[in-house]
Each structure stands twice: as C-alpha cells, then as structure tokens.
Design a protein around this ligand. Structure first.
Ligand SMILES: O=P(O)(O)OC[C@H]1O[C@](O)(CO)[C@@H](O)[C@@H]1O
Length: 473
C-alpha cells in the first residue's frame, strides 16, 4: 500500500536524493572509467576510425551497452539450453564430457566479456582456427594504442569479439557444430513469415523495366533494417516493407539504382556472374533471393554467387548453414506459393544459377575490403571477373570504407579504395556513424532533425562504383 500525503512526499524526496546520489555516483564512476581507459569526451573526429575511444560516439555506446549484452545473452541461452545442447551434439556416452565442455565455454565467454568491459588487449588465437595466422599477424601489426577493446577501431573490436566467441566452440571436441545464435536466427525467420509470404506473392510477375528493378532494390534495402545484435529486447521487428517502400523514398539518401541497372544491362558474355555478399538471415536473406531471381530471370547474369559467413557472425549474419536451411525451410513451407518459390530456388541451385561460394574466412576477418587481393587472393581471383558485386548491410559497408568517419560528401570510390577492379554496389541501412557520397548539406540537415539518423536503421543508401573495365566490367 503506497504511503499517502506527507509520507509519500518524504518517500519521493528520499527517492530523489537517492536518485541524485546514484546519478552522482554514476557520474564519478563514469569519469573514473573514462580516465582509467583513456576515453576522450568527444565525438569521432573526421577521417578517424570509429572507436569506443571517443565517448560521444555510437561505438562507445555500443561497446558499453550492446556487445556485453550479446555475450550475456549467449551465456544465458547456453545455460538455459545446456541439456538440449549436449544431447544434440554429443554421443550418449559422452554427454557428461560435453556438459563439462559447455561449462568451460561459459567460463571463456565470461572472461571475454570481462576483458571487453575492462579494455584488455586482444589475445592471440592459439587453437585450430583456419585463419589463426591471419588474425594473429593482423593483431601483431596493430599499433600498441589500438589493440584493445576501447582503443581499437570498432570494426576490429567487434570482429575480434565475434571471432573469439566462435573459437571457443570451434576448439571444443563435441560442440564444434553448435551455433549459439541459431535460436535467435530461427526466431528472426519465424517472425517474418507473413512478410516473406507477401513478398513472394508480390514478386511473381515482374517486368523487365527499370521501375520494377528500382522497387526491388528498395524492398531489398528496407529488408536490412532488422538487426538483433542491437535490438535491446532481442525480438525482431518486421516492417511490412511493401507498405512502406514508397512511403520511405525520402529516407533513401542516395539511390544509384539506375547506374546499377545500366551495369546489369551490359551484355558481354553468356557466363556473366553477379556476386552477392550477404548480411542477415530471415526477411533480408529472402529479399536477396528475390533480387537474385530477378537478375537471373531477366538475363542479367547466368549465375548469382552468394557469399555467406564461415562462422556465426554479428548475431544474425547468414552462415552457410543458415543459407541451406533457409532454402529447405522455404521449399517445405505450408504456404503453397512460398513452397513453389523455395523449390524454384533449390532448382536454381541444382542448375548452377544460384551458387553458394566456397568458404572464405576473409568475410569474418578484421580487414577492410581493399585488402582482399593480399589477404585472400583466391577470393579476389574468384570475384574479379564478376559483372557486379553486391555488398549487403552495414558491416560490409563499414569494411568497404575501412570503418573510417569520412567526410559525408566524399565519393565512395575514394573512400573504398581499390577494392576490386569490377563494378560493385552497396545496399545498406545506416546503423553506424559512417556514410559517404551524400549531397552537400544533407548531413547537416539530418543532424538537425534526428541525432540518431546514422544509427537507427531509418535511413539507407543504394550506392554504385563503376569498375575499371580491366576484366570486362
Ligand atoms: O546486419 P548489418 O546491416 O550488417 O548491421 C550490423 C550493424 O549493427 C551493429 O552490429 C550494431 O549496431 C553494428 O555494429 C553493425 O555495423
């Protein structure tokens, strides 16, 4: 029963004093923390790496509030599901051993979280990681002041965290195949069924016109808005993109769809290939399949080659297993029309029209994409003859731009460097404080109306860079 009158006021005042006190304590703690970890109370300076080193940056907010929560949720889900996990992945006679392994893994994740929250330096990889040398060399080459969670480039910090997290199961005996994000990715797919069924129906009769292509690109753009690694409550929110796609043109800050259309209309040879570097599962992956279907059926390419991640990545990024499971899910769906579409995509796989690219750990490394030629020459050779490379999502966009806070009006070609000789495009909703290619004044206009515009996912870009033509495109 709440105390009425005088008592209530006293209580409120007591609460206020306590709250003020708490705020003061928090302020002192924050300032001690900032002093201890050399945090500068500024925004990210222009032409610098995104980094939690800058207190007024989204990177700082993300490292303080998002990444620790990702690790905590993994620990909680492993703890809750440990019996299910050990029976799923370990032979009966080794269930107890797997349980022991799980306990060790939880301990390792807890330590990773502690290291992250106390700005410890990145640790070498010492297990059977296929990309161990690449990672350890990369970390050894980092300047001493840029090889810890708060001081490093944010992309290095995030990639390190997700790659280190995976190394704990990768180096286990019984749990190598365990994907600790599998449930959240399955929830993502389940939560967007209605949108997927709608999009499947909506795209069954499409004309070979720029207007249709432009709309498909916009649908694909808005399909990238879900991002569970940042969504505090962990539930995916799904806008019905078809309703919103026309209503959100004002939120597409750059739309170079026509340049992409012109690139695809170049008909050089019968064996033209388009490479698709994927981002998230669920509605986004389905929208990617729909765009790829259009590219194949309108004769823009003989093959669309999809690049998925070699390990669980940024919570909902698509792994090879997610890719294969999604096609199976679609082909067996209770909605007859969707199952037809799913079986059509499986047939495209059989016919070589759709292809899952060979595994490359480049996409789950820390390197910016302009290093592809030196870091993964095999991948570079694979994609350099492609008619167009489509980079989906914010992580790929950031790696194209080396995770640097460029002048917003700087052109994409300059910011991305010589990534690949052929043409490429990006389809991305802004979820980090990086953007390039904006018209003069746009950045300032958006800053004045919405301080979160760069990180909310409410604004997007469709950008294109013309290839050198060295290999035909
Ligand atoms: O799934 P996408 O579009 O690549 O976006 C992932 C983005 O979300 C975050 O994980 C959290 O904001 C960023 O670090 C990252 O760039």
């Amino acid at each position: 029963m709440e105390p009425a009158g005088e008592e209530c006021i006293l209580k409120d005042r007591a609460v206020d004093q306590k709250t003020d006190g708490q705020q003061n304590i928090t302020k002192v703690l924050k300032s001690d923390f900032d002093a201890k970890y050399n945090i500068l109370d500024i925004s990210t300076p222009l032409n610098n790496f995104l980094s939690a080193h800058y207190k007024r940056s989204y990177a700082y907010y993300s490292l303080l509030n998002i990444l620790p929560v990702v690790l905590t949720k993994v620990i909680d889900s492993i703890t809750k599901d440990k019996n299910e996990i050990v029976t799923q992945f370990a032979p009966t006679t080794f269930v107890q051993n797997a349980r022991e392994e799980l306990k060790i893994i939880i301990g390792l994740i807890s330590r990773l979280k502690y290291e992250l929250q106390t700005d410890k330096p990145f640790q070498n990889f010492t297990g059977d990681e296929p990309d161990r040398e690449s990672w350890n060399t990369f970390m050894a080459d980092l300047p001493a002041k840029a090889n810890s969670f708060y001081q490093a480039c944010m992309m290095h910090t995030e990639c390190y965290m997700y790659r280190k997290l995976y190394s704990f199961v990768e180096n286990s005996i019984f749990l190598k195949q365990f994907d600790y994000f599998a449930k959240i990715k399955q929830d993502t797919l389940n939560s967007c069924q209605a949108d997927i069924v709608t999009l499947a129906k909506y795209t069954r009769r499409t004309e070979n016109t720029f207007d249709v292509f432009n709309e498909l690109l916009k649908i694909n753009l808005w399909s990238t808005r879900n991002d569970l690694s940042k969504n505090e409550n962990g539930l995916s929110f799904n806008m019905n993109v078809l309703e919103d796609v026309t209503a959100t043109d004002s939120h597409i800050l750059i739309n170079e769809a026509f340049e992409i259309w012109q690139c695809l209309n170049i008909r050089r040879s019968k064996k033209q290939c388009v490479d698709f570097v994927l981002a998230d599962v669920g509605y986004e992956l389905f929208a990617d399949f729909i765009l790829a279907e259009y590219i194949i059926e309108k004769g823009f390419a003989a093959k669309v080659r999809f690049h998925a991640k070699a390990c669980p990545w940024f919570v909902t990024n698509t792994t090879r297993r997610d890719f294969e499971m999604t096609l199976q899910y679609l082909s067996k769906h209770s909605d007859y029309n969707l199952s037809l579409v799913g079986n059509k995509f499986l047939q495209f796989m059989d016919e070589g029209k759709f292809e899952l690219a060979p595994v490359s750990t480049f996409w789950t490394g820390p390197h910016p994409f302009h290093c592809m030629k030196t870091v993964d020459p095999k991948l570079y050779k694979l994609v350099q003859h492609s008619k167009l490379i489509i980079f989906k999502g914010d992580v790929n966009y950031r790696k194209l731009l080396s995770d640097v806070s460029w002048q917003s009006t700087q052109d994409m070609k300059t910011c991305s460097g010589a990534v690949v000789p052929n043409s490429f495009c990006t389809i991305r909703t802004a979820k980090s404080e990086i953007i390039c290619g904006l018209p003069e004044g746009t950045y300032e206009r958006l800053q004045s109306i919405d301080s979160d515009w760069m990180v909310s996912g409410s604004y997007g870009t469709i950008q294109f860079v013309l290839g050198t033509g060295e290999y035909g495109y």
